[in-house]
Design a protein around this ligand. Structure first.
Ligand code: 2PG
Length: 253
C-alpha cells in the first residue's frame, strides 16, 4: 500500500458535521431538503477551519455530500485553514438521512403530536424509518436533477444510511486514506453517525445515544486495517463538543 507521494502510512480521517443550518435553528426535520447555513453555522464552519489550522491538521482532499450546508461548511473551513485549493469529491451517498414525511416538520410539534416513544423511534432507532414522503410534495426531492439516475429513497432509517454510505466509503474514501492523505469528510449528523457506527463497531442500541455536534472536527487515526487507534475519535475542541452533542440530543424539548 505505498508508492504514492504521500508515503505508505494510512492517512488521517477528519469528520466534520456542517455548521448550524437555518432549519436546525428553527428545529425542523431537514433530511435531504437543501437548506443553507445560518449565520451561526457559517461562524461554526470558520471556527472548524481555525481548529484544523491550529492543530496542523491540513486536509489533502475533501469529500462532501451534495447538500449546500455540507459544501458551504467545507468551503468556509478550508478557506480559513488555507486549504481552499485541495481536490473535492461530492456524492449523494454522504447526504443526511432522508427523513421521509417528517421533512419540513417541527421537532417539538412532532414530539407533542406523536409522543416520546414514536418520536425517538423515528429519530434514533436503528431500523425504523419514518413514513415515506409523498412524491411531488413540497419537501420531496423526486424532481431534483442532482438525483437523476439514482433510485432515490423516500425515507431512510440509520441502517439504510449505513448500507448506502459504505459503498462510497470503500470505493472513494478508503483509497485516499490508503495513499496516506489527510481526508476531510464534511457531512451530516446521521450520515456521520452511520460512519462512526461502522468504524467504532458501535452496537445498534448504543448508536441511539451518540450525537455529533455541528462544526467541530472529529479526528480519527486509523490502523492499516482502518480500525481507529483512538476509538470514538478525538474532537479538536472536546469541551465544546460535549456541550453541543447534549444540545442535539435534547432537540424537540
Ligand atoms: O433534521 C435532520 O435532518 C437531522 C439533523 O439535523 O435531525 P436529527 O438530529 O433529529 O436526526
Amino acid at each position: 500500500m505505498s508508492g504514492s507521494m504521500y508515503g505508505s502510512s494510512v492517512g488521517t480521517l477528519v469528520l466534520l458535521r456542517h455548521g448550524e443550518s437555518v432549519w436546525n435553528a428553527e428545529n425542523l426535520f431537514t433530511g435531504w431538503v437543501d437548506v443553507p447555513l445560518s449565520e451561526k453555522g457559517e461562524k461554526e464552519a470558520r471556527r472548524g477551519g481555525e481548529l484544523l489550522r491550529e492543530a496542523g491538521l491540513l486536509p489533502d482532499v475533501v469529500h462532501t455530500s451534495v447538500l449546500r450546508r455540507a459544501i458551504a461548511t467545507a468551503n468556509l473551513a478550508l478557506d480559513v485553514a488555507d486549504r481552499h485549493w485541495i481536490p473535492v469529491r461530492r456524492d449523494w451517498r454522504l447526504n443526511e438521512r432522508h427523513y421521509g414525511a417528517l421533512q419540513g416538520k417541527n421537532k417539538k410539534q412532532t414530539l407533542a403530536e406523536f409522543g416520546e416513544d414514536q418520536f425517538m423511534q423515528w429519530r434514533r432507532s436503528y431500523d425504523t424509518p419514518p413514513p415515506e414522503i409523498e412524491l411531488g410534495s413540497e419537501f420531496s426531492q423526486d424532481a431534483d436533477p442532482r438525483y437523476a439516475g439514482i433510485d432515490s429513497p423516500r425515507t431512510e432509517c440509520l441502517k439504510d444510511v449505513v448500507a448506502r454510505m459504505l459503498p462510497y466509503w470503500e470505493s472513494s474514501v478508503v483509497p485516499d486514506l490508503r495513499s496516506g492523505r489527510t481526508v476531510l469528510l464534511a457531512a451530516h449528523g446521521n450520515s456521520l453517525r452511520a460512519l462512526v457506527k461502522y468504524l467504532d463497531k458501535v452496537s445498534e442500541e448504543a448508536i441511539a445515544g451518540l450525537n455529533i455536534p455541528t462544526g467541530i472536527p472529529l479526528r480519527y487515526d486509523l490502523s492499516e486495517q482502518l480500525e481507529p487507534l483512538n476509538p470514538g475519535g478525538t474532537y479538536l475542541d472536546p469541551e465544546e463538543a460535549e456541550k453541543a452533542a447534549a444540545a442535539v440530543a435534547n432537540q424537540g424539548r
